[in-house]
Design a protein around this ligand. Structure first.
Ligand code: C2O
Ligand code: CU
Ligand code: CU
Length: 488
């Protein structure tokens, strides 16, 4: 089957459809290339995704118990094209119930893969997923009620690239593994034997899991990547359970060209790119000006980062060192016109809704929240006073309406996500968002002050298969900081 054309070996991968084909040089410590499951050519038969128990070496020399999708850890990069309908076949070979949610896709509720679409062990879920949206950087991950954090941490996640005619013909690097890389960034902890560790302490319940070790595509950083002299494109996902990552280059700025839901209007230079858990950005780095440069990632808690910024002492670590290999690469210009993205117009909003994210539900609600399948430490977390409940619909939205959703939080950053749509951020914590966050998004940070998004609901979701909105700190989501809405 053409679709399943992915290579198992690390260090080599191909994109077979489209015009360019490449095999990457296999050098030690290079960015591990996630295999590409290419559906951008016409799919024949069903696209199989197998959720499996794995044994995976993150680079400690010891295998860890993991979950993977068609492999030992994480899943393939699924590459699809606007206009296709994808006949997935997701089989659960784990010993526990799982789900697979398409984060960022504009699709109807029944195929969204949220907590209502459980796949029991040995069962197969076969949704037909219509790709109507344009170029975007999406992902897929477990969304099992009360278990999302553990399952994603173990590896149930992957990247899904949606391409369209414009993105495929855009004057941008797109030779996978040569000048176009997918980076799945995660923070992990390893025990004394080098095995993956996930311990649920009270602190983890409260703040979400934060590991001390940066992992890229399932391998401990840093990587050393040889690249041609030219522009290099990075499609980056923060797949941490909870951590905010701050990205920068050792020399010069990052050039951001796209956010979660598509290209920006024009490229934006940023010295620092802040990525909340669940966010995606596409960036370019120019390897014509430097023989060597490095992508750096700061794992620091935001509080610490803020202080260190004031004091001028960042704490970034090298994630990837890029070194020119002398070959001629993609020699285009840095794009100043990427899309026809218009400024967000709040006047088209039909109504406004308000959401308050709350962390301390108290002992009284704890038993109830647990009975509803939430997974918590001392007390539940809530939105508008309610922990998540699978058979309660919290909001009903009219199909095709545009609305303003205003979100606020008690304290601490909460990256808020809405299913089934993309939105524009009007305000992030009371302020205009950074330029790189002014395009299509499905995540907004909520910390202090109101965050406001302008969102349009193009796809329906029934009471049996409603959409979710939630904090993307996965331990918060599991603990009840989630709600449900229908679109009809
Ligand atoms: Cu990334 Cu409700 O999900
Ligand atoms: Cu989602
Ligand atoms: Cu949260």
């Amino acid at each position: 089957m053409r679709r399943r054309n992915f290579l198992a070996g690390a260090g080599a991968a191909t994109i077979a459809s489209g015009t360019r084909m490449a095999v990457a040089a296999n050098s030690q410590n290079a960015i591990p290339l996630l295999p590409v499951l290419d559906s951008a050519s016409e799919p024949e038969g069903r696209i199989k995704l197998d959720l499996r128990i794995g044994a995976h070496d993150f680079g400690t020399g010891t295998n860890s118990d993991t979950f993977g999708i068609n492999q030992s850890y994480l899943g393939p990069v699924i590459r699809v094209k606007q206009g296709q309908t994808l006949p997935f076949e997701v089989s659960n070979y784990l010993n526990e119930t799982a789900t697979l949610h398409w984060h960022g896709l504009h699709i109807p509720g029944e195929v969204d893969g949220g907590p209502h679409q459980e796949i029991m062990p040995e069962q197969t879920w076969s949704p037909e997923v219509p790709i109507t949206q344009s170029h975007s950087l999406n992902w897929y991950h477990s969304h099992t009620h009360g278990k999302t954090a553990q399952q994603v941490y173990k590896g149930l996640a992957g990247v899904m690239l949606v391409e369209d005619d414009d993105s495929l013909s855009a004057d941008l690097p797109q030779t996978y593994g040569v000048d176009d890389f997918v980076l799945v960034l995660q923070d992990k902890d390893f025990d004394g034997q080098g095995r993956l560790n996930y311990q649920l302490t009270g602190r983890v319940f409260e703040n979400g899991f934060k590991g001390e070790t940066l992992v890229i595509n399932g391998r401990i950083a840093p990587c050393k990547q040889q690249v041609p002299k030219g522009l290099i494109r990075l499609r980056i996902l923060n797949a941490c359970n909870a951590r905010t990552l701050t990205l920068s280059m050792k020399e010069g700025p990052l050039t951001v060209i796209g956010s979660d839901g598509g290209f920006l209007r024009s490229s934006v230079e940023a010295n620092e790119l802040e990525m909340f858990a669940g966010e995606r950005y596409e960036v370019l780095i120019d390897m014509r000006t430097f023989d060597s440069n490095a992508l750096e990632v700061d794992l620091g808690d935001r509080e610490r980062t803020l202080l260190s910024r004031v004091l001028g002492i960042g704490n970034p670590q090298v994630a990837v060192t890029f070194t020119q290999n002398g070959e001629t690469g993609f020699d285009g210009s840095l794009p100043n016109q990427l899309s026809g993205l218009a400024p967000a117009d709040p006047k088209i909003s039909a109504r406004q809704r308000t959401f308050r994210l709350q962390m301390y539900g108290g002992k009284d609600l704890a038993a109830l929240a647990a009975a509803w399948g939430n997974f918590c430490g001392d007390g539940p977390m809530m939105i508008n006073g309610q922990p998540m409940k699978m058979d309660r619909i919290d909001e009903t939205v009219r199909h095709m309406d545009t609305e303003i959703w205003r979100i606020s939080a008690d304290e601490d950053p909460h990256p808020f996500h809405i299913h089934g749509c993309s939105f524009r951020i009007l305000k992030q914590n009371g302020k205009t968002p950074p330029s790189y966050a002014q395009g299509w998004k499905d995540m907004v940070n909520v910390e202090d002050g109101w965050s406001e998004v302008l969102v349009n609901f193009k796809h329906k979701a029934s009471e049996k298969a409603p959409f979710m909105y939630h904090c993307h700190i996965l331990e918060h989501e599991d603990c009840g900081m989630m709600g449900q809405f229908t679109v009809s």
